[in-house]
Design a protein around this ligand. Structure first.
Ligand SMILES: [Zn+2]
Ligand SMILES: [Zn+2]
Length: 282
C-alpha cells in the first residue's frame, strides 16, 4: 500500500484549495497546515535515514509475536534535514499569526542563538522525555506544547520513511499501529471499500476488517455504528458503543480532491467537536 510519499506538494495545495471553498471557516487553519505539510513534503527528497539498527531476525520475531516492530525511540531521524525543516516550520508558524506564533518566534530565536539544540529536542521527543520538555520550555519561558508540535512536525518525514523501511515485516492486523504501536489518528475506505487505519505517529497505513473497533477489538455489528450527514458524503464517524470510542473515516470514493490524510484530519475537526459533545472519545 502506498504511504504518504505517493502525494505531491502540488496535490496537497490543490486539496486544501478545494476544502477552503466548501468550508471557508477552515481557511486560516488550512493555510497554516498546508504550508507545514508542503514543507514536509519538500523536505522528504533531502531526507536520508540510515538503515535501522535492528536485525531482520528481531523484526521477524516481533512481527511473529504481534508486537510493534519499533519502539518510538528506535526510529531513525535525519537530523540535518529535520533541523532545516525545524527552522522553516518556526518561520511558517511565526507568520501564521495564530495562538502559537509568539512561542514559535521564541523557539526560532533560541535555535538561531544555539540555546536549543534540535538534535537533543528530537531525541527527547522520541524518547518521550517529558522532563526535558518541561525544563527547556521553562528556560525559554514558553509553553512546551508548541515546542513539541514544531519538533514532531520537523521529524515527521523521517518517521514516515523509517516506517516504510520496515513495513515489509509488519505484524498481524490489529487496532494499533503494527509498526510503532501508536493509536490510529484517522481512517479511510479505499477504492475497493476496504477499511484502512492511519497511525497518529508514523503515518503508516494498515488494513483492518470492516466491522471492527480499533480501540477495543469489538466486532459485534450491533454495537458498532456510524454518524453521517448528507452534506459531507466523504466523511463519517465510526462509533463503538462498547468502549465509547470513535474514529473519523474518509471515504475516498466520494472525494473530489487528492487525499492527504493529515489534511483531512484538520479539515474534519468539527466531527471531533460533535463526537466530544456526544461524550465519545478517541
Ligand atoms: Zn505508527
Ligand atoms: Zn470499542
Amino acid at each position: 500500500m502506498p504511504e504518504n510519499t505517493a502525494i505531491t506538494s502540488e496535490q496537497i495545495r490543490k486539496a486544501a484549495e478545494i476544502i477552503k471553498q466548501t468550508r471557508p471557516a477552515y481557511t486560516a487553519m488550512l493555510e497554516f497546515y498546508e504550508q507545514i505539510f508542503t514543507a514536509q513534503k519538500d523536505s522528504e527528497s533531502r531526507t536520508h535515514i540510515p538503515p535501522i539498527q535492528i536485525s531482520e531476525e528481531t523484526l521477524k520475531s516481533r512481527a511473529k509475536e504481534n508486537i510493534p516492530l519499533l519502539s518510538l525511540s528506535e526510529f531513525a531521524i535525519d537530523t540535518e534535514s529535520s533541523e532545516l525543516l525545524f527552522r522553516e516550520i518556526c518561520l511558517i508558524t511565526e507568520k501564521a499569526d495564530n495562538h502559537i506564533s509568539a512561542a514559535a518566534r521564541v523557539i526560532r530565536q533560541a535555535f538561531d542563538s544555539k540555546k536549543v539544540d534540535p538534535k537533543i529536542l528530537f531525541a527527547a521527543l522520541i524518547n518521550e522525555d517529558d522532563v526535558y520538555f518541561e525544563n527547556i520550555s521553562q528556560e525559554l519561558e514558553t509553553d512546551k506544547k508548541p515546542l513539541a508540535f514544531i519538533a514532531y512536525n520537523s521529524i515527521q518525514p523521517s518517521l514516515c520513511l523509517c516506517a516504510e523501511q520496515v513495513s515489509g515485516f509488519r505484524a498481524q492486523v490489529s487496532g494499533f499501529c503494527p509498526i510503532c504501536g501508536s493509536k490510529p489518528l484517522i481512517s479511510f475506505l479505499d477504492g475497493q471499500g476496504e477499511h484502512v487505519l492511519i497511525c497518529g505517529f508514523c503515518q503508516h497505513k494498515w488494513q483492518i476488517q470492516r466491522i471492527f473497533c480499533p480501540f477495543c477489538g469489538n466486532t459485534d455489528s450491533e454495537s458498532l455504528h456510524y454518524i453521517y450527514t448528507e452534506e459531507e458524503k466523504e466523511y463519517r464517524t465510526d462509533v463503538c458503543e462498547k468502549c465509547r470510542s470513535y474514529i473519523k473515516t474518509v471515504d475516498i470514493r466520494r472525494m473530489n480532491r487528492p487525499f492527504y490524510p493529515p489534511l483531512e484530519q484538520i479539515a474534519s475537526l468539527h466531527l471531533d467537536i460533535k463526537a466530544n459533545e456526544l461524550k465519545i472519545e478517541n
